[in-house]
Every structure is written in C-alpha cells, then in structure tokens.
Ligand binder design. Sequence first.
Ligand code: AGP
Length: 608
Amino acid sequence: MCGIVCYIGKRDATPILLEGLRRLEYRGYDSAGIAVTGGEQPYLVKTVGKVSELERRVAEVKPAGTCGIAHTRWATHGRPSEANAHPHTGCHGKIYLVHNGIIENYQEIKDDLIQKGHRFHSETDTEVLVHLIEENFRDDLESALKKALSRVQGTFGIALFHTDDPTKIVLARRGSPLILGIGRNEYLAASDVNALIRYTNKVITLNDNELAVLSAGDYSISDFQDRKVERQTETIEWPAQSADKKGFEHFMLKEIFEQPEAVQNALRGRIVDGEGVSRLGGLDSVTERLKSIKKLIFVSCGTSFHACLLGRYTFEKLTDLSVEVDLASEFRYRNLMLDEKTAIIALSQSGETADTLAAVREAKRKGALCLGLVNVVGSTIAKETDAGVYNHAGPEIGVASTKVFLSQCVILNLIALLIGRYQRLSLTEGLLITRALKELPALIDKILKNAPRVEEIAREYARYENFLFLGRLYNYPIALEGALKLKEISYVHAEGYAAGEMKHGPISLIDPDFPTIALAPRDSTYDKMINNIQEIKARDGKVIAVATQGDEGIAHHVDRVIYVPQTIDILQPLLNTVPLQLFAYYVARARSCAIDKPRNLAKSVTVE
Ligand code: AGP
C-alpha cells in the first residue's frame, strides 16, 4: 500500500528518499513521486510504474536540496497516472504534500474549493488536502494544516513542506502510520520502519491526532489542540541487512528458509521447562482476567486468518474456552454480544491492517479484552490492544506471508498452553506439546533440504491453470493457505477445501487438467483422506500428496508424493505448510511471475 518517506538535514535528500522508497516497494504500489526543496530551486518528479523509473527521471533533473518528501501510491481514488501520483501541490505550487489514507468527504470539500477558484489536476481525494491547506495558509504551515484537518473526515498520514520555508517538514496522523526516525542533526519520517533502518534505529511513532514538525536540528510533537507531547525514542532491533535478500533470488524464498529461526524466535524463553506450560511476558498484565474468560474470538484477514482457523482447533483441544473465528472485515459489522468474559485475539503481521484494527476498536467499545499477536513492534494494533505477544520473526518483505504464518501458529499453541494449563490440560499433555514444539525448527530444516524435490514437482505442474487443495481437521486451514499462496503469487486459480466437502460440489471440477494437492498425514483422518484421493483418481484427476515420511503405501494411490517428517497431530499442519509454500514459490518462478510484488497486492492493507 501507499508509502511515505521524508528527510530533512544537511545531506542531499534525494538519494536518501529514493533508497527509502526502494525499501517500501515490497508493500505494493503503482506509481511514485518525490518533491525536494532547500536547493537552488524546488523540484517535483512523478512516474507511473517502478521506483527505478522514478530514479531514472530524477537523474535527468540533477536535483539538489536538503528537505524532501517522497511517496509510493497504490491507487484507490483514480487510476495510476502521473497526475494522480503524489506529491500533490496547490494552485501556487508552493506547498507539496504526500498522503496515506482516505479522505471520505473529499467531494464536498473539492466542490467548495472549486467555487473559491481552486483548480484541480488529479482525480484523487488527496489533492483536496493540499488545496485546503493552501486556502487556510496565512504565514504558518502548522496552523493551516490544523485548520484544514478540522474539516476532514477519514484517515491520514500526511507530510508536507512549503517552499518559502525549506527548513521544516510538517507531519500529521490519524489512522495511518507515521514513524519519525531520529538521527544526528537530521530527521526522517516514514510510514514503515523499513524505510528508516538504514539511517537510524531510533524511532518515535506518532499517535493518532498528533502533529510533528521536523527541522535539521530539532523536532517537536504536539496534539491537534497545540498541547506539547513528550515521547521517548524506541530502539528498533532489526538490523538494516535483515531487509536484504542475503543471496536468495527473492525475499519470499529467503523468508521460507528463515522459518526454523522464526519458529525458534517465537519459542525463545517462552517455555517453562518441566511444567508443560508457556511464559508470555506480554500477557502478564492480563493473567487474572484471562482466567475468567469464557469465550475467545479470533479476528484477522488473509493468511493471518488461516492461522486463526488452525488456532480454533488448537484452543478447542487444549482449553475449555468456546472459540469462534471471524474475518475482521465481517466481525466489525456483526451484531455481537461481547462482554468482559469475552476476549478477542487479533492476528496481524503488519499490525496495520485496517479491517483488523477496526475489529479491535469495535471489540474494545463493547468491553471485550483485546489481545494482539503482531510482528511489527510498535504498530497500531500492538498499541491499541490491551496486551499481546510479538512474533519476533524479523521483517517480512515478500508480499506473500510465510515465516510469520508459522510463527503465528506456534505462538497460538503457546497461548493455548498458557490458558489450557489453568484449565483441563494435564502436565503430561503439556510436556508432550512443549517437547514437540521444541523439535519443530530441526524438522522444518529437514523439509527445506527437500526443496529441490518440491521444485521438480512444481516445474512439472506449473502449466496447469487450476488446482484443488484438500485437507481435513487440522490440515483444512493449511489447504486454504496453500491455495492462497499459489493464487496470490502465480495467478493460478486454486481452491482450498475441507476434503469432506469435496463430494458436495468441487468434485465436479475434477478432470485430467485439474490437479489436487492432498494433505494426507498419518493422523486420525488418514483413511478418510485416502478415500478422497481414490475418488479423485477414479475421475482421472492427478494427485500430489503431502504425506508422512515412511508412508510408502500412499505412493500407489497418487501421482507424486512430498514426504514430511511426523510430529504430534496438532503441530503436523505447521510442517505440512512448508512444502506448499515452496510449491507456490517454484510454480510462480516457473511462470516468471513477480514473486515478491504480485500484481494488485499490497503487503500492508491499510484501507478497508
Ligand atoms: C498473505 O500472503 C497475504 N498477502 C495477505 O492475505 C495478508 O495475510 C493479509 O492482508 C493480512 O495481513 P496482516 O497479517 O498484516 O494483518
């Protein structure tokens, strides 16, 4: 989704801004732009397409200046075009502005400004902001901004400068993230910490309804009522190079191979040896309240939602809670009875997903305990939930979520253990699970060593345009996740189904050109899965099975087998996920797709 980068200091702003934009590319965008001042004369360059094209165009201008703002745009109002790309400027060409979010009442403001003589050049909602600020400008940018924002409905992260005063950048936030990067005699700001970490690891997150002013030697934060805000800087632990590919062809592949480490990081210091229970510091403050909870609702979107679906089975097995799972975009509009005996757990890699955030706010309003399971430290969901757990999986750059999914599944086991051990879960069962959790990184490593076999099968099947993914019980959410991975990066149509549902519809699709990937581990559902596989074979369908190491017999029923080591039933789906991620990756690679930045997708979906 849209990205913002700003710089003010003593250095040439342009290369710093372009490097920041490159680090935001993973979020998905369709056009980009940059405006710089503080040199001989201000400049503005905008392009449709990649940041590399913007760089090429900027090089022609040979710009200089120590104060600048830059943006990657993901179209919402108006198609991708140079006119619609940010930064936008008003009629006098003095105020330049970038914006993330949506201005809901833009049409009414635009009509009014047109009456007052303003001329618009884009189809965007953003352009009304810069004209409105221009309309309110007397001699002070902050006052004009605040006055303008008092008329605006919607969400925004905004950065702007005025060419008459190139010594400051003004920022404001409501509902769309902005992070300040604190350097030595220089300041940066961005909508995503990845754009900053090369230059500083000292950051401050702006809260909603706050405004910041950055200059080369100082910064200040206040609220919209002019009250000064004092906030400590936080130190980001991610090293700058963790956002590099480390020799892998794509971030997605690197992140798939980082999974043993991501799982290790999710577990580190969180298992109490000998007691079959977990220790989760982030939930300490709500332990007593957690003990009184009767109902748990998981909310999230996309891949995080699939982790929640698996979490439901885990919590039902290990705890006495009644468990529901809902898509965040549905949850917030339902007419639900939530009270102090209900907790929600919001899962989000980015911690910024608009639908999930809206669900958290709705649940809070109704008095439920709100917990978060989030990867990005200091993100909005992390801040707005009552308590929570961080993944500590490191930055996930590939748009397709991989390592954070496994990390989420591991941590849901830890939370279930924590609650379950207050309830029905015995010490013996707890010990069995903690032992199996600790073995996961080594088992995932073994699966990754088999990547060449998955690649061979993926190349063989890359020409098919449709796939069915089947799983039962714990592996049903993994069938959904396998299908999502394949469709999002290879643009191949894929459907995930509970295997028992096959005969209620999808079986009619089966023919020699519609292969099935069947998750068939040696668990309580094995015989039923074999029946499903035979039903497919009887209709000339091709089947690739993901099966338990040592199950030689299954090879007689299917066309190809990918073997996976065995663990306990509730953790088996985590291992089965890995070959499906690899399969999706290698199919997309064979089809020459833009794996890390699939078309139309954004890493962090900050609009509803
Ligand atoms: C994952 O592969 C997807 N790109 C997407 O479904 C993602 O999981 C979803 O947008 C939720 O994101 P979040 O975890 O950051 O909230």
